[in-house]
Every structure is written in C-alpha cells, then in structure tokens.
Design a protein around this ligand. Structure first.
Ligand code: HAM
Length: 434
C-alpha cells in the first residue's frame, strides 16, 4: 500500500528545524512583552462571513484563497482563518476588550491557511506573529508597531531589510483619489488583465498591485494617492515618518504601496528582504480604523501587522544555523542488569529539569558512545557491572574527556555537574579517571 504524504503546501517542521522555530517564537514573545502586549488565542476556524466582511469580497484572499468548511447545519459556513486580524477584532468586540478607556494591545501566534499556489516561501499553512493595537488613533501607535517589528527582526539578526510605508488616506480623501484612478485606468482598460478589468470598478487600488507586466505598464503613470490626501491624513503620516526617523528605524516612503487586504486606512507598510527572492514580503500591516464598525462594533481605531514566520526561518536557515543544544546526559547501560538503574536515574534527573537521552538496551562502550554522540549529549553516564557494584555512575564530559564518579542516589550531584559548562576545568578536586 502506498504511504501517505502531507498535503501539498502543508509542511512538517522537522526535529532538526524546531530549535530555530523555538528561538523565533521565544524572541517574538520576549519583544511583545517588552512592548506591553497580551496574548489572545482566537480559534483557527471562524464564520466565513467574518472574512468576507473583514478582508473584502474582491480581494484575492476572499475570492480565491479561502479554505471554506461546511458545518453540519444548513447555514453553517465556516473557513480556516487566512489571517488573524478579522478574528482578533471579532474576539475584541465579543469580549469587550476595548472597554476601559485604555488602548487594548494584543498579539497572537499561530497558523493561517491560504489556498495559494505553493512555491518557495509560499505555503498553504503558514504561521504569523500578529500584533494589534486598538483604541489609539495617534501616529505614535503606528510608529510603535513598526518599531516593535523592526526590533524583532533586528534582534534576530535578519539582514537586508527595508521598511516601506505609504498612506492610503481615509473615508474623506480616498473617494476623490479613487475617482481619478478609475478615470485614468478606464482609458487604458484594454491593456489590463481580466482580473484587473473586473477590479476596476469594485477595487481599483488593487490594480496598482497587479504583478502582470502590461498592468504594471498601464498603471505606471497613474495618479498617486499622496497628492489627494486630506490635511489630517497628511499630518498623521508625516508624524509617523518623523517618529520612525527619531527612533532610527530605517524606512522609505513608497507611494505605490497598496495592500492585498481591503481594511486599511492611512498608514500601510511592508517589510521586505532582498534575500528572499520572489516572495520577498516578510511582514505587512497598517492602520484599519473602519474595520471594527464594518464588523458590527463601534468606531475603534486600530493598527497592527503580521510577520510570516516561515519566511523568517528560511532566511535564518540561509545564514549560519545556530547549533541546537542536545540533552545534558546520555545514559549508557553497558550490561543488561544496568537497564533498571538507568531507567530509574533517567526519571530522577528529568524530574530535576535535566535533559536525558537513552536507548533502552545495553551494549558495548563503543556503541553507547556512538549513540551519545548522535544524540549530541553533553555527558555520558556509564553504568557497567563495576559501577553498579559501587552504586555509582561514571560520568564523562564528552568535550573535555574527563570522568568522575557520582553516586546514583545523589541526583542533585548530577544536576550540579550538568550546570557546569562542558569542557570547563574542575573547580574543586581532581577528576577521577575511569
Ligand atoms: P499579509 O500581508 O497578508 O497581512 O501577511 C503578512 C505576512 O504573512 C506576509 O508578509 C508573509 O510574510 C506572510 N504570508 C502571507 N501569505 C503567506 C503564505 N502563503 N506563505 C507564507 N507566508 C505568508 C496580513 O495577514 C494582515 N492580517 C496583517 C495585519 C495585521 N494588518 C493589520 N494587522
């Protein structure tokens, strides 16, 4: 019978890769804590309508990329979340997290699902760190989330980063821009792809983001939004840029930047890396002051971003991968009667918080040392007939090659030994050679 494989675009994170994942997730948690964000864990499945209303009916995500799930009931239409923001807003409103007069600052970490054509850096299940601030209309909130994102990527050592920002205007000023853009594009509609011709009336800003060569050429001379911004939007954006400059966050203004989701107002931004190739966007976000109302809540200003963890990990893997630490001890039973004591010792050491590897079979010293090496253990505990008779384990520091005996009924001494750096010289007493 043919062995089953994972679904295309859905990937296993292998044991060899998970240390890097842990590193990235721990850094994410560390940085959001420093910026005073609390974790919210929304479910991965929501009502389909939430995404249709939230992200926009004419976006690629809603039109082509959603994993819709039919519930048991007649009108139960659900979807795996393609992004976190709509669910975060739904949860905020449902649990009244925005009440209390303070900004609500929440993040979530977890998998998103988009049925896109898989390629390098583009998966159908991928993970995001999603960060959102509600109830803060000011430009400093925009600058703060960009600074958080920059801190996160910078502290992970991601090279070749560029932060691009644009202002997409608001309900006041965008309609007049939209009118001019539609007039401009209509005059060139024969050069537009089928998707863009369809988008022209419903979502003309998306035409500016089309990757099709003839659409790009047609849009090259299109009016730019910055010339249509109202005074309030212009001031807001100016302050965002000034604040980033004062923090020393490198950034540039990109008047052509539009986003693939419809909810943005005013600031929109993306972070790209020149080391990522075609899928170079590592993170994206912006302000979305109208979304809470769109989803049935009051007017609550909001700003946030999401960063794709797979793309980050891909970059970190291209750089020098950090050595992943192995267990503190490998327990080597050198005789069958040592298996029982080794099993007991493993449990005692693990309860003290130590990492212990073992194969529950006995074998020659040479074969056990090979296994210890494979497990990347820092030290081996050898348990042969002589050690059992003396009630001790013979501990070898694999980096230094030195050995010492430790009584089997003193797990605390094993813990003390494990706390020493491997290969470090003894502080007191000479090592006992075995
Ligand atoms: P987004 O630009 O659609 O924004 O996604 C953010 C990031 O998720 C991308 O820059 C990319 O790194 C990663 N990503 C997206 N699709 C894929 C994929 N198929 N495979 C791998 N990685 C992917 C949002 O999702 C918004 N919710 C961001 C936001 C939060 N705006 C305001 N708050």
């Amino acid at each position: 019978m043919r062995a089953l494989t994972a679904i295309t675009g859905f990937k296993d994170v292998l044991p060899s890769e998970s240390p890097l994942w842990r590193l990235v997730e721990e850094k994410a948690r560390d940085v959001v804590r420093r910026f005073d964000f609390a974790e919210l864990r929304p479910p991965v499945m929501e009502r389909l309508e939430l995404f249709q209303r939230g992200i926009g009916q004419t976006t690629d995500i809603v039109e082509k990329e959603m994993y819709a799930v039919k519930g048991r009931g007649e009108d139960e239409n659900f979807a795996l979340r393609p992004e976190a923001t709509a669910g975060m807003v739904r949860a905020l409103l449902e649990h009244h997290l925005h009440e209390g007069g303070r900004p609500a600052k929440i993040f979530c970490l977890g998998p998103m699902f988009r049925c896109e054509r898989p390629q390098k850096g583009r998966l159908r299940q991928f993970n995001q760190l999603d960060v959102e601030v509600f109830n803060d209309p000011g430009p400093l909130a925009d600058a703060e989330v960009v600074a958080l994102l920059h801190t996160f990527l910078h502290e992970l050592g991601i090279p070749g980063l560029s932060v691009s920002l644009n202002s997409l205007g608001c309900a006041e000023c965008r309609p007049s821009y939209r009118g001019s853009l539609v007039a401009y594009l209509e005059a060139r509609s024969s050069s537009l792809c089928e998707d863009c011709r369809r988008r022209l009336q419903r979502n003309p800003l998306r035409v500016l983001d089309c990757k099709n060569e003839s659409c790009r050429e047609a849009a090259a001379g299109a009016p730019v939004l910055s010339e249509y911004l109202c005074g309030a939007c212009r001031d807001h954006f100016g302050l965002v840029l000034d604040s980033l400059a004062s923090l020393g966050v490198p950034h540039r203004r990109d008047e052509r930047l539009v986003r693939g989701l419809d909810y943005y107002t005013r600031t929109a931004f993306e972070v790209h890396s020149d080391m990522l190739g075609a899928q170079s966007a590592m993170a994206g976000g912006g302000r979305y002051d109208g979304l809470c109302r769109e989803l049935g809540g009051p007017d609550i200003p909001a700003v946030g971003f999401a960063v794709g963890l797979e793309r980050l990990i891909m970059l970190l893997q291209q750089m020098s991968p950090p050595p992943s630490p192995g267990p503190d001890y490998y327990l080597a039973a050198l005789a069958p009667e040592a298996l029982g004591p080794a099993f007991l010792l493993a449990q005692r050491l693990r309860s003290l918080g130590l990492g212990v590897a073992a194969d529950w079979e006995s074998g020659s010293l040479k074969s056990r040392l090979r296994r210890a090496d494979k497990a990347r253990a820092a030290r081996v505990v050898m348990l042969g007939a002589d050690e059992l008779a003396g009630g001790v384990g013979l501990v070898r520091d694999l980096a230094a090659g030195v050995q010492k005996k430790i009584p089997l009924d003193r797990p605390d001494l094993f813990a003390l030994e494990a706390a020493r750096e491997t290969g470090a010289p003894e502080e007191t007493g000479a090592p006992v050679s075995g």
